[in-house]
Structures are given as structure tokens and as C-alpha cells.
Design a protein around this ligand. Structure first.
Ligand code: URA
Length: 186
């Protein structure tokens, strides 16, 4: 089957495979460049994303845009999505079955189609979703490893960096690592 991102997005927007579909306004497939080098993976849509159907459009998104600007990345050059595509009620953490269903049906296929050179995991849920790892982020942030044919960088979720000044500093350091990685990958 010739699975394109458009077809996948249509599937995501109409998905009824897990209970999150009952409380969402809009599913948020993700968005970005057609052939991006970097794929950013967050946790789950929040209230603004649920309303608009677009990823990272709230406060976390503004913070992310600042981090992009710091290292000379434009939002429309990358792809941004989340570990689950629908907002969990009251912004609770996605449940294991929601993560599993969303990964098998959508995230794995997005990664297969986009095949990014670099995946940046934003936070604990993204790390869990992609690798099943439950490490403490303060210990493993900045780590780089290979996943299929992509290089992966572990960092924090923008929401944590906005709340905790120490995390803000560490996340900015991780983005400097990302800048170097991008320069190396060409
Ligand atoms: N946090 C996420 O992880 N994803 C979004 O789209 C917004 C906030």
C-alpha cells in the first residue's frame, strides 16, 4: 500500500481506536516540512492543541519556538508531533494502552514515512513511547543513540523547562548538542 502522510493524517483525524477519541475536540496528527531532517516527539496535545488540531501552539510551543530560534531552526523545517494524538482528559498522562494503540497505529507509520535523520524526544513520555525506557530524565538527558536508521536525542519536555529554571538551562544545553549533531549530519 502506498501510505502517504496525507492518508495517515486522515486516519488520525478520524481515529476511534482508543477511549481518548470520546473527549477530544480535534485529533492532532502533527505538522511540519514534507521532508524534515528532525522529528520532535512530545507527550500529548493540551487544550490549545485540542481546539486547533495543531501541535505545540500553546505556551510550550512558544518556548519551543524560542529554543528553535536559539539554534537557527525554523518550525516549518522540522516535523512536530506527540506520543498520543488526542488530548487526555484534564491533561493527565497518557495511559499505557493509549500509548500502545497510538504508537502501533500512527507513530510507527509516521516515522516510517518521514524517516528523519534525527528524532528529539521531548520528555519522559516520549522516551517511554519510543524506547520503553523509564529513566530519570535528569540522568539521561543529552544522551544520543541510534533507533532504526535515525539518531535520537533525549531531552526534557518544554513544560518542565518553563517551570524549573534548572531544567531550562539543561534543555538549552541539549539544544546546543542538537545544533552540533545537525552540523555533523549535514
Ligand atoms: N505538549 C505536547 O507534548 N504536545 C503538544 O502538542 C502540546 C503540548
Amino acid at each position: 500500500m502506498n501510505l502517504t502522510l496525507d492518508k495517515l493524517n486522515f486516519g488520525i483525524k478520524n481515529c476511534k481506536k482508543c477511549p481518548l477519541c470520546k473527549s477530544r475536540l480535534n485529533a492532532v496528527p502533527g505538522e511540519g516540512a514534507v521532508n524534515p531532517k528532525i522529528f520532535f516527539l512530545g507527550e500529548a496535545p493540551g487544550i490549545n492543541e485540542d481546539r486547533t488540531g495543531k501541535p505545540f501552539v500553546g505556551k510550550s510551543g512558544k518556548y519551543l519556538d524560542e529554543l528553535f530560534a536559539d539554534i537557527g531552526i525554523l518550525r516549518n523545517e522540522v516535523y512536530i508531533t506527540s506520543s498520543v494524538k488526542c488530548r487526555p482528559p484534564k491533561n493527565r498522562r497518557p495511559l499505557p494502552n493509549e500509548l500502545k494503540i497510538c504508537r502501533l497505529n500512527w507513530l510507527d507509520k509516521q516515522l516510517m514515512i518521514i524517516n528523519p535523520k534525527l528524532i528529539v524526544m521531548l520528555g519522559k513520555v516520549a522516551l517511554l513511547q519510543l524506547t520503553n525506557r523509564t529513566d530519570n530524565l535528569t540522568q539521561v538527558h543529552g544522551e544520543i543513540f541510534t533507533y532504526h536508521s535515525s539518531q535520537c536525542l533525549i531531552t526534557f519536555h518544554p513544560a518542565s523547562a518553563m517551570r524549573f529554571p534548572k531544567i531550562d538551562i539543561l534543555m538549552k544545553q541539549d539544544f546546543q548538542k542538537l545544533k552540533l549533531l545537525l552540523e555533523k549530519l549535514g
